[in-house]
Design a protein. Sequence first.
Length: 484
Amino acid sequence: MAALKLKILKGVFWNSLQVLVNKSFSFVIKLVLAKILFPEEFGIVGMALVFTSFVEVFNDLGFGAALIQRKNENLTKEHFYTAFWTGVGWSLIMYQVMIFVVSPLAASFYNEPLLLKIIPVLSISVLSSPINLVHKAQLMRDLNFKKVAQIENLSAIASGILSLVLALNGAGVWSLVFNSVATFVISMPLYFRATKWTPKFIWSQSAFKDIFGFGIYTTGTNFSNNLINKLDYLFIGKFVSAGALGAYTLAFVLTDTFRSQIMSIMNKVMYPVYGKAQEDIASIKKYYLNVVKYNSLIINPVMGILIVLGEPIVFNFFGDKWEQTIIPLKIIALSVIFHMMANSNTVLMRGMGKSKMEFFIQLFKALFIFLPAISIGVYYYGIIGAAYAVLFNKFVSVCIAQFFLKKLINLHYKELFSVLKGALLGLIVSMGIGYVSYNYTPVGMIVSLVLMMGSYVGIIWLIMGEDLKKQYLEIKFGKEKVAG
C-alpha cells in the first residue's frame, strides 16, 4: 500500500508538471492566436473538429483503456501486438472515410468549402493516434507518468511554436489546423523511444475478443461523451454563425476545457490505480473523495474569478472582438462548479471494470438530457441558450452520478459535501469580496483578483490548514515518520 501511495504521489506530481507546462504554454499560444486571428477563423476549425472528433472516437476502439485496466495475470504480449496492428489497420480505413465521406459531408452541412481541405489535414492525427496508444498504455500501466509528461510537453511546445510562427506569417486558419496535427506527429517517435517496444507481426483472435469486449463499451462511452461535448458546436455552427461558434469556443477553452485538463492530472493517475484496487471498495471510496476534494480546491476559485471578472478579463486579454464570449463564459463557469461535485466519477466506474454501466449512463444523458436541452437552447437563444443547456446538463449529471456512486461505493451526499465544504465556502466568500471590490470600489480588475484569491486561500487554510499540512508532511517525509 505504501509503495502504491508513493507511485500515486509521483504520478500526481508528474501529471501536474505536464499540465502546468503543457496547458499553460498551450493557453498562452491560444491567447496570442486569439489576438492575431478572428472568431470566424476559430469557428471554422471548430466546425471541422465537430466532425473529426466523432470519427476519432472510434479510432482506437477503446483498446488503450482496455490494456491499462486489465490485471497483469490476464494480460499477454499478444494483447499488445493485436491492439497495435488492429489499430493501424483500422486507422487506415478511417482516414479514407475522413477524406471521401466526412469532408464532403461537413462542407455541405455548413456550406463551407474550406472544410474540404481542412479536414483531411486534421485527420492525419487519425493515423498517428493508434500507433501511440500501445506505447502510452504501457507507460501508464507502469505508472511511469514522468516519461509521458516529458513526451506530451515536448510535443505541445513544438506544435505551439509552429502554429505561432504560421500565424505571424499570415497562415490564418491553418495555424490552428497544424497545431493539432503536429502534436500527434511529434509525439510518435518519442513514444517508440521511451518504451523500446517494437511490434511483431502477431495477431490473436482470442486477444482481440478479450480487449474488444471491454473496449467496445469504452468506445461507446467516448461516443456519448462526444455527443455531449460537440452537439452545441454542431448546432451553433449550423444555425448561428462561424463567428458565434468562435466566441463560444473561447468561452469553453477558458472554462470547461480548463476543467478537464486539470482533472486529467488526477484521472491519468487514478484510472490504473482503480484498476489495481477493483475489489477494495473502502480504498476506492477514500481515493475518490480525495480526488473530488483536491480537484475542487484548484478549479473552483478559477471559475469564481471568471464569473465575477469575466468581462474585464475578456476585454483586456482578447479585445472587443470577443465580446460575445462574456455571457456564455460566466454561465459555463457556473456549470463547471456544479460538475466538480461529481468530478471523475466516470473514471472510477471504468477503473472498476464497469465500462458497460458507464456507457449506458453517458448515452442516456447525451440522448435524453443534453440533445433536447441544446436543441431548444440554440434554436431560441443562440450561444447563450447553449451555455444554459450545458449548465442544466451538468446539474442533472451530478444527481445521476451520485445515485450510481451510492450503489458502487456506498457514497452518501453527507460524505460528499463534507469534503467539499472548504472549497464551496471559500468560493462563496471570495466571489462576494470580488463582486463588491470590483463594482463598488475604485480598485480595478487586478486588485479585485488578488483579493479574491487571498480570501479564498485564507478560508481554505482556516478550514483545512491542518489537513493540508499533514498531507504535505506525508509527501515530504513519508507517512510513518509523520505518525512517529
